[in-house]
Design a binder for this molecule. Structure first.
Ligand code: SF4
Length: 457
């Protein structure tokens, strides 16, 4: 599945030595979270900053690495906004990068313009930085975000005294601390630490404001958290499978989601296949889990072209579809005459899974049964993942009112989707099975894109 998009990842490091290569390697390992823009800012007397349109590995030059001097700094990868952004303010010279979404950005921008503020592009990161800079000190400014910003943010701020890191009081987007000796880092995902020989220390708590400096991590304030609302999609799709988020390994979560799908087939007497295959790369963990529970043979059906870009981070639909075609080829001998279970994380519009079902049948597959780890998507995300508009969500065409009330409703949708994509059957994990497989208390998760309930209400 590649119709879903995250929008960014943040990284920061404080070291005794020049840090630019640590930041470069860190954001390179967060590239899956956004491929349109990337940037690095370091502190050496003042802010040194370079941003690019493009991917980390293709854009930075040796000349820029020489310019980005200093022992501490931050980095960013993004789908939408060019970050970090730097300001000279009464709080000092700062550079800011964030992951998330400010729902009420337009309202805040209008109010600030009335007060005489100007905006460069009206980016979310400008709204966040200008809100912070209205305060008398950094901690007060970061704390003030809670009352002003409606939405989600995991944030890093580069300053003379070190790197500030914080997570909104709900903890929507991940943020994690890592360390190797006297090198201290913060990242959207733990996988960035692997690239730097660092170990995970712990997750930043929702509402925690941390300063990272030569002495390590300092909790400057813990804001009260009304509830946790970790994005459940991180475990199902957004995060890399080699990451751990809020104590749960992504790989383990995906295996369990696949096992839940297989258990449903076993419970319903539908042990129907010769092989189980993933949609690469997003369906691998789910398909392995399905195999573990069902004992149906795991077999790759598609070959992933590692040289093609990950299509969900392409910014236009046409670009995504073109990229989706480039990135997978079919292993025809593996699927001919087979009954196949194919696993993926979710269905947005259904066009890509429909194409894969068609390709499998064209290659001689006898039956194709689609198993989807997430419940049917019925609502767009407001918190930093692009799950598209209501009109684009396939499930909405079957349930325009946006509610799946019971198992019969789920059955009705599955039958309808199967017809749309020409599969022999389709099954999703329902919300209860999905939450149960993650093993995280329901009240600690954001499930808004499935049940329409915003954790903010
Ligand atoms: S609405 Fe969906 S994608 Fe967005 S934060 Fe909530 S669970 Fe994640």
């Amino acid at each position: 599945m590649s119709e879903l998009r995250d929008n960014c990842g943040v990284f920061g490091v404080y070291s005794k030595f020049p840090c630019v290569y640590d930041i470069y390697n860190g954001i390179d390992f967060l590239q899956h979270r956004g491929q349109e823009f990337c940037g690095i800012a370091t502190f050496d007397q003042h802010i040194h900053q370079v941003t690019h349109h493009g991917k980390v590995g293709n854009t930075f030059t040796e000349q820029e690495f020489h310019y980005l001097t200093g022992n501490w700094g931050i980095g960013h990868v993004s789908l939408w906004e060019r970050q970090p952004m730097a300001w000279q303010s009464r709080l000092g010279n700062i550079s800011v990068a964030f992951s998330g979404n400010v729902i009420n950005a337009e309202e805040i921008i209008a109010a600030m313009k009335d007060q005489g503020h100007s905006f460069y592009r009206g980016y979310n990161v400008e709204v966040i930085a200008k809100t912070i800079m209205e305060a008398d000190d950094m901690v007060e400014g970061i704390a003030a975000l809670t009352g002003r910003i409606k939405g989600a943010y995991s944030l890093v701020i580069l300053a003379a005294e070190g790197i500030y890191a914080t997570r909104d009081v709900y903890g929507f987007r991940p943020l994690i601390l890592g360390q190797n000796g006297t090198r201290f880092a913060v990242s959207s995902e733990s996988r960035a630490f692997q690239n730097l020989d660092m170990e995970v220390v712990r997750d930043v708590r929702p509402g925690e404001i941390i300063l990272i400096d030569a002495a390590g991590f300092h909790t400057l304030r813990q804001l009260p958290s009304p509830r946790k609302a970790h994005c459940a999609f991180e475990w199902a799709y957004t995060a890399s499978i080699d990451s751990v988020i809020d104590g749960l390994y992504v790989q383990e979560a995906r295996n369990r989601l696949g096992q839940a799908l297989a258990q449903r087939d076993l419970d319903e007497g539908d042990t129907i296949a010769d092989i189980v295959a993933p949609v690469p790369m997003s369906g691998i963990g789910h398909a392995l889990g399905y195999h573990q529970r069902s004992q149906i043979r795991y077999q790759e059906a598609f070959l992933y072209n590692r040289y093609a870009d990950r299509s969900y981070t392409q910014s236009s639909q046409a670009a995504r579809e073109k990229m989706a075609k480039r990135k997978l080829s079919l292993l025809k001998s593996a699927v001919k005459d087979k009954r196949i279970v194919i696993c993926d994380d979710s269905i947005i519009r259904g066009t890509q899974i429909r194409d894969k079902v068609r390709d499998l049948k064209d290659a001689g597959a006898r039956e194709v049964h689609v198993r989807i780890a997430c419940p049917p998507l019925l609502y767009p995300c407001d918190f930093g993942v692009s799950t598209r508009t209501l009109e684009e969500l396939a499930a909405r065409h079957c349930f325009p009112e946006g509610t799946i009330n019971c198992f019969d409703d789920l059955r009705k949708l599955e039958t309808w989707i199967a017809g749309q994509i020409n599969a022999d059957s389709v099954k999703y994990n329902g919300i209860d099975a999905f939450v149960g497989a993650l093993g995280i208390p329901r009240e600690d998760l954001c499930l808004k894109c499935w049940n329409g309930i915003s954790p903010l209400t």
